[in-house]
Design a binder for this molecule. Structure first.
Ligand code: CA
Ligand code: CA
Length: 300
């Protein structure tokens, strides 16, 4: 088993990053991850404005996958996500989608144990560990901060990127340069405050290079759904793009024509908001995988 430690991090997805590990396609790799504050907030008196902002959204990696060449697809099967025994949430006046309501900076430490998060003295929630930041290097010369989502993946904050899901990412440079971090013990669609229950942990993945298929990416499969994910400055554009990406997938990989595909998307496609608080907003179109398969789609 290969492991990448949580002190081997990047703050931008970039073709210029030096890989910290090289593995063949078909390998299992554990990424140990710090939380999005790089574990600088550990107690209620640690405030967001006190920490070093040069160490925000660290992504562990990058991983070089030997067979991956530009134009390929990297299939990342999320086998397991373990989270630490405490998470953190913070508020900051002016920040996030609710910033105008917030009066003070607060830090809440949230104990996490046996799949439960102790939100308050009286409230305990089931956790649903997910990956906030996961992506590959964008094309040479277009470095993207790990705080930003885009076509390469990145800070998508999509709550369905959980254990058991499979994420397809583009390969823009040899090796793909996969990196990830920003785990959440729990997060709801929208991530409106700007954080979930931020937490460190470890993610075990299986990486496979897929050649010779042109898919709209990033593409996610979780449960019975397949999802196109898109990010843009405006949520309207992200939503449209996610819907268009699913339409393109249907037209390119099934027997459906545009009219019937559109009808199906309008009755069985769920267009959802992943997050509205990052530099680009993220939307996704969810669609039943078995319906696509009914019309001839085969998952690589
Ligand atoms: Ca995030
Ligand atoms: Ca986060």
């Amino acid at each position: 088993m290969y492991t990448i430690k949580s002190n081997q991090v990047i703050y931008a997805m970039s073709a210029a990053n030096v890989p910290v590990l090289e593995v063949p396609s078909g390998s299992e790799v554990v990424f140990e991850t710090a939380d999005c504050f790089q574990d600088q907030i550990t107690k209620p008196t640690d405030l967001l404005t006190d920490i070093d902002w040069n160490h925000i959204n660290p992504a562990t990696g990058p991983l070089f996958v030997k067979e991956a060449k530009a134009g390929d697809t990297l299939k990342v099967s999320i086998l397991d996500i373990e989270v630490a025994d405490q998470g953190v949430m913070t508020s900051l006046p002016g920040e996030g989608a609710l910033g105008k309501f917030l009066k003070e900076e607060q830090t809440r430490i949230i104990p996490v144990k046996d799949g439960k998060a102790q939100f308050s003295d009286t409230l305990i929630f089931d956790t649903r560990p997910m990956i906030g930041v996961i992506g590959t290097a964008p094309p040479l010369g277009t470095d993207i901060s790990t705080g930003t989502p885009d076509m390469h993946g990145g800070n998508m904050d999509t709550k369905r990127i959980i254990a058991g899901s499979v994420l397809y990412l583009p390969v823009h440079v040899d090796g793909a340069l996969l990196a990830m971090g920003d785990l959440h013990a729990l997060m709801a669609d929208g991530e409106v405050l700007f954080c979930g229950i931020e937490i460190s942990g470890r993610v075990r993945v299986l990486v496979d290079v897929v050649k010779g298929i042109d898919l709209p990416l990033p593409l996610l499969v979780e449960g019975s759904d397949i999802m196109t994910i898109a990010s843009s400055e405006l949520l309207d554009d992200a939503a449209l793009h996610a819907a268009h990406q699913m339409m393109e997938l249907m037209l390119a990989h099934t027997s459906l024509g545009p009219e019937e595909a559109g009808m199906l998307l309008s009755v069985k496609g769920e267009l959802r908001i992943s997050q509205i608080v990052d530099p680009l907003k993220t939307a996704r179109m969810e669609f039943p995988l078995e319906l696509l398969e009914h019309y001839g789609f085969k998952l690589p």
